[in-house]
Design a protein around this ligand. Structure first.
Ligand code: AMP
Ligand code: MG
Length: 404
């Protein structure tokens, strides 16, 4: 059986090899958070566009102030956005504010904190070096140079940079479409009242949120019964999207029909199990040139396997490099012992004491226990290479998306 990292790599390879058009669209910059840039943004001019003072103080000629104690004649004032037509001559200075252009003749700025004013005369308490507190024109970026490359995931800093360059309409890749299909005779809509032995569909909402926050455009297809004809019809509709995510029906039970129906539809399976718990029966295939994920229906299994396997597919189909799993190390509060050949993803609470992350495993009733997962903000990841970890030792943890 594949390890979860090999299974992720498989997803990336298969998704990358699928031939499908990458549609593009133009959007307003405010809509661009999390979107993948399709056309790079270039600098429309030099940045900074002028020699910029980065302190409030006095623009001086450094040659006048190579030692502390210089006394200069202040010939004017420059605020941000203001212009100054005169040249700063020997023995002269200009009062200047942060963000203003350094006047001709001056080559350094002395912070106001290190000066004393006596009428028009400014006494400098420190020596000044050429270039001090000035960012020269073009030192951040040259006009025409690349600011934000294509395939960048737009975050607030990239958006600010695009705004700075006046790129307020951005060309991005279209979001991959993702169909969500729950399966199971016992599953009813979350808005309905279940019979005594029925359960409400909770996977629909967790998958939708995971998909949307990952950058896909999800649509709900409801629930299909554990019956081949109806299941097949629902799957065929789901295959109209770029990615079909099914929950339930992939285990060994007599009514776990997802794999059979997919096989009947000509699916090629890339894996039908991964060495993890929860989530071992997870299935990944291609069918009609679309990606299909059969996630086990137990809600915690569904969420873990979506995070591990569907997210990288969304990244690749979004036109971006797949994001790594943000696993980090935290100090274990109480010992764990999870023998066996599987990697366990155990609901856990991660807290920080100063800079030190500490993790405690939460009591849970297995992969159906959404109650436990909702009070967890991450998973303790325990693999066969170190099945026993004592309290106080470091362990791998995976944050629960959006919970930290
Ligand atoms: P399955 O993977 O179909 O064997 O289902 C495993 C468990 O998950 C069963 O207890 C199901 O009732 C439950 N389950 C399946 N689908 C859902 C769903 N959409 N929402 C909540 N629980 C589900
Ligand atoms: Mg089922």
């Amino acid at each position: 059986m594949l390890s979860y990292s090999d299974a992720r790599q498989k997803v990336v390879d298969v998704a990358g090899a699928i031939r499908r058009p990458f549609h593009r669209e133009i959007i307003e910059i405010e809509q661009a958070f999390g979107r993948i840039l399709a056309a790079q943004v270039n600098a429309d001019r030099d940045y900074p566009p002028f020699d910029r003072s980065v302190r409030d103080g006095f623009a001086v000629r450094s040659a006048d102030a190579s030692a502390a104690g210089a006394r200069l004649d202040c010939i004017g004032e420059l605020k941000a956005g203001g212009s100054f037509s005169r040249v700063v001559g020997p023995g002269q200075c200009v009062e200047i504010m942060t963000g203003a252009g350094v006047p001709k003749g001056a080559d350094a700025v002395v912070m106001v904190e290190y000066t004393k004013r006596e009428g028009r005369t400014i006494a400098l308490e420190r020596a000044v070096k050429a270039g001090e507190h000035i960012v020269p024109r073009g030192n951040e970026a040259r006009s025409g140079s690349l600011l934000v490359p294509a395939k960048t995931r737009m975050g607030y800093a990239e958006m600010a940079l695009a705004a700075q360059a006046g790129a307020t309409r951005l060309q991005v890749f279209a979001k991959p479409s993702l169909a969500i299909l729950s399966t199971g005779d016992e599953v009813v809509d979350a808005r309905s009242t279940p019979g005594p032995l029925q359960v409400r569909n909770s996977n629909g909402i967790s998958i939708e949120i995971l998909a949307r926050t990952a950058g896909a455009d999800p649509i709900q297809m409801g629930n299909a019964p554990d019956e081949k004809t109806a299941l097949r019809a629902a799957i065929e509709r789901g295959l109209e999207r770029d990615i079909l995510v099914l929950s339930g029906g992939v285990s060994m039970g007599k009514y776990d029909l997802v794999e059979q129906v997919l096989a009947d539809l000509g699916a090629e399976f890339h894996y039908t199990g991964v060495a993890i718990r929860p989530g071992r029966p997870a299935v990944f295939g291609t069918c009609r040139n679309k990606l299909v994920f059969g996630l086990p229906g137990n809600p915690v299994s569904t969420m873990v396997t979506f995070e591990l396997f569907v997210l990288p597919a969304i990244d690749v189909f979004s036109g971006a490099p797949p994001r790594p799993l943000p696993i980090f190390r935290a100090k274990l509060a109480t010992s764990v012992n999870e023998k066996g050949s599987l990697v366990h993803f155990l609901p856990a609470r991660i807290e920080w004491e100063g800079k030190e992350a500490r993790v405690s495993q939460l009591a849970w009733q297995g992969s159906g226990d959404v109650v436990a997962l909702a009070s967890a903000n991450g998973f303790l990841v325990v693999g066969p290479e170190q099945p026993e970890i004592a309290a106080g030792e470091l362990a791998d943890v995976l944050p629960r998306r959006g919970a930290i």
